[in-house]
Design a protein around this ligand. Structure first.
Ligand SMILES: *Cc1c(COP(=O)(O)O)cnc(C)c1O
Length: 438
C-alpha cells in the first residue's frame, strides 16, 4: 500500500476500512500472488485500467452515436464510433457494436432478432463446450427459443459434421450457434454455415473465449468462414474491460440487431468501458499476434507437461489443444471439486468442469479441470514456465505435498511476473497507486 493510503486510511470510518478497503486489498492476492488459470479471465493493461476510471462511468448515451436520446454525449459518440472501427478492423472488416454490456447480452440481442418465441435453434453440443446462454437453462430458454443440440463426435471432441448437417436439413432451424466455453479445437464453421444457409437460417458464432486468438490470427475468423454474426465478451483471451460486442459484415442484419440491443437489452451501456476497449484494441493491433502466438504455444506446452507428469489430458490424439485451454481428467486424483479446492490452497486457481463423458448431474463434482493460460501469458510467462506450473500441479494433486507450502513457492515465483506485457509501456500505476489520467 502506498504512502497516500497509509497516512490517510485512518481518517475513514471503521466499516469502510475494515470491510470495503480490506477486501479490495486482500483480493490483490488473485492478481499478484496466484497462478490464475481461470480460462475466462484476463487483466487489462495499466493504461486501459487508468482510462476505465473516467467520468464516462457516470453518463448516459442511449441510442447510437450521433443519434442519442440525451444531450452532452459528443465525446462518447466519438469514442464509441472509433472503438467500433478499431474492433472492426481487427476482425478483418466488420461492423461492430460495443454496446452489449456482456457476452450474454450480445447473445440475447442476436438470438432475439434471428428467431421468435417458439421457433428452433441448434447449438453446439454441451460436450463440445456450449455456454449456458446458448441453452434452455439460459438466454435461449428465456427467449423461449427451442434448444436442439447438434450431435457430438466423441473421437474429435467436436460437433459431428455429417449428422449435424442432416439434422439441420430436417428440422430447418432459424439459426445455429457455434463457439463455446470449454473447447480445445475449432468448431466446423464452414460446414455448419453452408447447412444452415441452405435452409434459410443464420449462423451465430460466439467468440467469447477465443476473440483474442482470432484477432491474433491463431484461430480461424468465423466471419471468413460463413458466420453471419459474431457475438463475444471482451475480457477473456481478448484482454479488455468486461463487456460484450456484436460483429457482422451484413449491414442489414447488423442494424436489426443494433435495434434490439437498445431498447430491449441495454439502456445504459456502461460508457467507461469504451476508452478502455479502444486502448486494448490498439494494443492488440500492435501486439495481438505475438500475444496469441504465445498463448497457443503455452497451452500446448502445459498440456504436454501435464501428460508427462502422469495426468490424463484430453485430446491426446489431436495434439491436446489449439486454443488457450487445457482440460484434464482428475478422477484418479479425487475428482474435480476436491482437486480445484486443493489447488486453490496452493495459490493455483482453476475451475472444476464437466467432461464430455460426465452425466449432466455431476456438475457439483465433475471429473475434470479446465485450465486457461491467457492471463499468465499476459504477465509474461513462456513455455518454460508452463513446465514449472505442471510440476506445481503435480506436487499438489499427485504427490500430495502440503498445499500451503506450495502456496508460498507460487507466491515467490509470481514475483517475476507482475507486469502486464503485450501493451503500451506507459504505466500510470505505481506501487498500487493509480495515477488518474484526468
Ligand atoms: C463467457 C461466455 C459468455 C458470457 O459472457 P459474459 O460476458 O460473462 O456474459 C458467452 N458465451 C461464451 C461462449 C462464453 O464463454
Amino acid at each position: 500500500m502506498n504512502k497516500f493510503w497509509e497516512s490517510n486510511l485512518e481518517k475513514l470510518p471503521q466499516d469502510v476500512r475494515e470491510i470495503v478497503i480490506k477486501t479490495i486489498k486482500h483480493n490483490r492476492w488473485r492478481r499478484y500472488e496466484t497462478i490464475n488459470l481461470i480460462a475466462s479471465e484476463n487483466v487489462m493493461s495499466p493504461l486501459a485500467e487508468a482510462a476505465y476510471l473516467s467520468d464516462m462511468m457516470h453518463r448516459y448515451a442511449e441510442g447510437k452515436p450521433f443519434k442519442r436520446y440525451y444531450q452532452g454525449t459528443i465525446y462518447v459518440d466519438e469514442i464509441e464510433t472509433k472503438t467500433s472501427e478499431f474492433m472492426g478492423e481487427l476482425l478483418g472488416g466488420a461492423y461492430v457494436d460495443p454496446r452489449p454490456v456482456s457476452g450474454t447480452t450480445a447473445n440475447a440481442a442476436a438470438f432475439r432478432v434471428l428467431a421468435e418465441c417458439g421457433s428452433k435453434a441448434v447449438i453446439a453440443p454441451v460436450q463440445a463446450g456450449a455456454h449456458v446462454s446458448h441453452t434452455k437453462f439460459g438466454t435461449l430458454g428465456a427467449l423461449c427459443i427451442e434448444h436442439i443440440e447438434l450431435p457430438y463426435d466423441e473421437e474429435n471432441l467436436n460437433v459431428d459434421i455429417d449428422k449435424a448437417v442432416k439434422l439441420i436439413e430436417s428440422i430447418k432451424p432459424k439459426f445455429a450457434v457455434l463457439g463455446g466455453s470449454v473447447y480445445l479445437f475449432p468448431h466446423p464453421v464452414r460446414e455448419i454455415a453452408d447447412a444452415i444457409h441452405s435452409v434459410g437460417g443464420r449462423l451465430v458464432y460466439d467468440a467469447a473465449h477465443v476473440l483474442g486468438l482470432i484477432i491474433g490470427k491463431r484461430w480461424r475468423n468465423p466471419l471468413d468462414y460463413g458466420a453471419d454474426v459474431v457475438t463475444s465478451s471482451t475480457h477473456k483471451t481478448f484482454p479488455g474491460p468486461q463487456g460484450g460486442i456484436i460483429a457482422s459484415r451484413d449491414r442489414d442484419l447488423f442494424k436489426k440487431i443494433g435495434r434490439a440491443i437498445f431498447p430491449l437489452f441495454v439502456s445504459n451501456h456502461h460508457l467507461h468501458r469504451l476508452p478502455a476497449l479502444a486502448i486494448t484494441a490498439l494494443e492488440m493491433k500492435h501486439y495481438g499476434e505475438l500475444y496469441a502466438d504465445q498463448i497457443v504455444r503455452n497451452a500446448k506446452t502445459l498440456a504436454e507437461a501435464l501428460a508427462a507428469e502422469g495426468f490424463k489430458v484430453l485430446g491426446e490424439n489431436l495434439g491436446y489443444t489449439k486454443s488457450h485451454q487445457v482440460v484434464i481428467d482428475v478422477r484418479s486424483e479425487g475428482g474435480g471439486a476436491k482437486s480445484a479446492i486443493l489447488l486453490e490452497k496452493a495459490n493455483i486457481i482453476v475451475n472444476k468442469n464437466l467432461l464430455p463423458y460426465d452425466p449432466p448431474d455431476a456438475i457439483k463434482d465433475p471429473s475434470g479441470l479446465r485450465l486457461g493460460v491467457q492471463e499468465m501469458t499476459r504477465f509474461g510467462m513462456k513455455e518454460e514456465d508452463m513446465k514449472i506450473i505442471a510440476k506445481f500441479i503435480a506436487r499438489v494433486l499427485k504427490k500430495r505435498e502440503d498445499p500451503t507450502k506450495i502456496a508460498q513457492e507460487v507466491k515467490s515465483y509470481r514475483r517475476d511476473y507482475i507486469e502486464v506485457k503485450y501493451c503500451f509501456e506507459l504505466n500510470p500505476i505505481d506501487d498500487g497507486k493509480l495515477y488518474l489520467l484526468f
